[in-house]
Structures are given as structure tokens and as C-alpha cells.
Design a protein around this ligand. Structure first.
Ligand code: PBG
Ligand code: ZN
Length: 326
């Protein structure tokens, strides 16, 4: 069939028809909203370069969780700003660490909120790297034990899922073993499998106070030029026991999302990171783009590329806009 018999425009004539034949749909179930937990009481401190995102203390965060639940955003991923930092990131795996306190506060009041935790060392180490330092570099194998302890302490505090973001080799296996031994065989691991060394993490590093004090993360996070290596990283995580695999960042790595989705049969997540969020917010604030349409189109793009789950700072707005679409 070809023109004039074939006329693709026939199915684009009304909104009802367009919706009927739409191949990809976005729902609130796809969303995970990142939140930052900080020490103290009564804290609600807006993060620069991330408008609408705050440092929350364990009391004020409950108001945000309540609002998210009302909007239908039922999952969060927690990041922590510890009271103090040291060489070995003690605050990451302390029973009463800031994230552990945050989990307990949230689950006590809102057990229905699905609480994921980011498992990494960089927010807790004085040097800001994602593992233990030996000489000039991050020492892989001794770091695994600390990551495993961190994940276990999150599960013990009530986390529903753990998400290692450090990019050490072998961390999924180490975490799986620690969770299983600790009685948490049912706790899923969402692995940041293909995480690139990216400039798009800029606003987050200010927000989480986690920029490396020396050097960069290129000896453990992936080189942006590599796609086949993303499949190898993902394969290793799958073999080690990952339940969900993640691609991060999302916008500049849609091809990676697509490839990972094609190659594996596990759910795929993507992280719409802080720099991607900040760009949209800045352009929208200048009146240069339509924020709502831009964000919704981007979210749809992630799903079309193959993402089942989207971690995004836009989650609350997206939920509101989905409600308005009905
Ligand atoms: C920690 C971590 C980072 C992000 C999530 N977990 C930053 C980094 O690797 O330096 C980035 C999130 C964002 O930019 O929104 N390893
Ligand atoms: Zn890190």
C-alpha cells in the first residue's frame, strides 16, 4: 500500500484517535522521586540549581511524602547528608545514619511508600570518592564489604529496595550475599549498571556535598564513548543477581537504554539526572521552552527507548500533569 491509499495522517485527526493508537504510555507507576535527607529538625532548605527540591530533616520529609502519596507518586529514592564525614564513610553503614533514620521515619508513618535507597560512599567520605582510597585510587575489593554493610543496614531500617550507584566491580554479588545472609532474600537490588562519568551530575554533587576532593570518577564510572561496555557491565550485574538494571544519565544515553532493553529480560530503569532537570528548569524560567510539554515528551521518550522505571526530580509535576490529562 502506498500513497494515495496509504495516508498515515488519517489516524492523527483527533485526540481520541491519537490516544487510541499511541504505542507508548507514561503512568505514575513508572516514577521514582529522589529525596535528600539531612540532619536536624524543621529543615526545608531549597537546593540551588534544583528548584523545588529540598534538603529535608526526618520530620519535614513526612510532609513531602504525604504530598507525593496524595499525587500518586508511591516510590522514593533516598540520599543522605551525614552530620560528619570520614575516610571510610562510617555514616553510610551506621545503624543510626541519616538515611537509616529517614527510612525509619518514613516507614513508621507511611508504610505504603516504597522506599529505595542509594547505596554509595561518596556522600559519607571526607574525600568524596565512592569507595576507600588507597594511594591515588579507589580500592575496589575492600570497598565491597562497606557497600554490603550499607545495603544491609538500609534493609534492616526497613528499605524496600537497595540501589548501588558506586560502580565498583562485584558489588551486586557482595550486596546480594549480605542481604541473603541477613534475612533479606526478598529485598530487590536495582543496580546502577551502566553509569557514566558525566558532567550532568553537577547540581546533585552540590546538593549531596559529594564532589570528589581530588581527581574525578573516571576510573570507576563508565566512559561516555562506550556502548558495548554497557552491555558487559549490565550482564555482570545480571549474573550477580540484580533485579532491575539502570542506565544513567538518561537523556544523552537513550541508545544505551534501548540496547539494554533489547539485550536483557529484566526491567530497565533510567535516571533523569540533576543536570538534565536543571537545564529544563533554567530554560523554562527564561520562558524559552514550555516546561510541561518538554518534560512530558522527555518522559515518553525514556519509555519509548525502553525504560520501565524513571527516576526523576520532575515526578510530582508529572503526576499532576497526568491527572490533568484525563
Ligand atoms: C552517587 C550518585 C550520584 C548520582 C546519584 N548517585 C552522583 C555521582 O556519581 O557523582 C547523580 C544523580 C543526579 O545527578 O541526579 N554515586
Ligand atoms: Zn558515589
Amino acid at each position: 500500500m502506498q500513497f494515495p491509499t496509504a495516508r498515515p495522517r488519517r489516524l492523527r485527526q483527533t485526540e481520541t484517535l491519537r490516544r487510541m493508537v499511541r504505542e507508548t504510555v507514561l503512568t505514575k507507576n513508572d516514577l521514582i522521586m529522589p529525596l535528600f535527607v539531612a540532619p536536624g529538625k524543621g529543615v526545608k532548605h531549597e537546593i540551588s540549581a534544583m528548584p523545588g527540591n529540598y534538603h529535608w530533616s526526618t520530620d519535614t520529609i513526612l510532609t513531602e511524602i504525604e504530598e507525593m502519596l496524595k499525587l500518586g507518586v508511591r516510590s522514593t529514592i533516598l540520599f543522605g547528608l551525614p552530620e560528619s564525614k570520614d575516610e571510610i564513610g562510617t555514616g553510610a553503614y551506621h545503624e543510626h545514619g541519616i538515611v537509616q533514620q529517614g527510612i525509619r521515619a518514613i516507614k513508621a508513618r507511611f508504610p505504603e511508600m516504597h522506599v529505595v535507597t542509594d547505596v554509595c560512599m561518596c556522600e559519607y567520605t571526607s574525600h568524596g570518592h565512592c569507595g576507600i582510597i588507597k594511594g591515588e585510587t579507589v580500592d575496589n575489593d575492600p570497598t565491597l564489604d562497606l557497600l554490603a554493610r550499607t545495603a544491609l543496614s538500609h534493609a534492616e531500617a526497613g528499605a524496600d529496595m537497595v540501589a548501588p550507584s558506586d560502580m565498583m566491580d562485584g558489588r551486586v554479588a557482595a550486596i546480594r550475599e549480605a542481604l541473603d545472609r541477613g534475612g533479606f532474600a526478598a529485598t530487590p537490588i536495582m543496580a546502577y549498571s551502566a553509569k557514566y562519568a558525566s558532567a550532568y551530575y553537577g547540581p546533585f554533587r552540590v546538593a549531596a556535598d559529594s564532589a570528589p576532593a581530588f581527581g574525578d570518577r573516571r576510573s570507576y564510572q563508565m566512559d561516555p564513548g562506550n556502548a558495548r561496555e554497557a552491555l558487559r557491565e549490565t550482564e555482570l550485574d545480571v549474573m550477580e543477581g540484580a533485579d532491575i538494571v539502570m542506565v544513567k544519565p538518561a537523556l544523552a544515553y537513550m541508545d544505551i537504554i534501548y540496547r539494554v532493553k533489547e539485550a536483557f529480560d529484566l526491567p530497565v530503569a533510567c535516571y533523569n539526572v540533576s543536570g538534565e532537570f536543571a537545564m529544563v528548569k533554567a530554560a523554562a524560567a527564561n520562558g524559552w521552552i514550555d516546561e510541561r510539554r518538554t518534560v512530558m515528551e522527555t518522559m515518553l521518550g525514556f519509555k519509548r527507548a525502553g525504560a520501565d522505571v524513571i527516576l526523576t526530580y520532575h515526578a510530582k509535576d508529572v503526576a499532576r500533569w497526568l491527572d490533568e490529562e484525563r
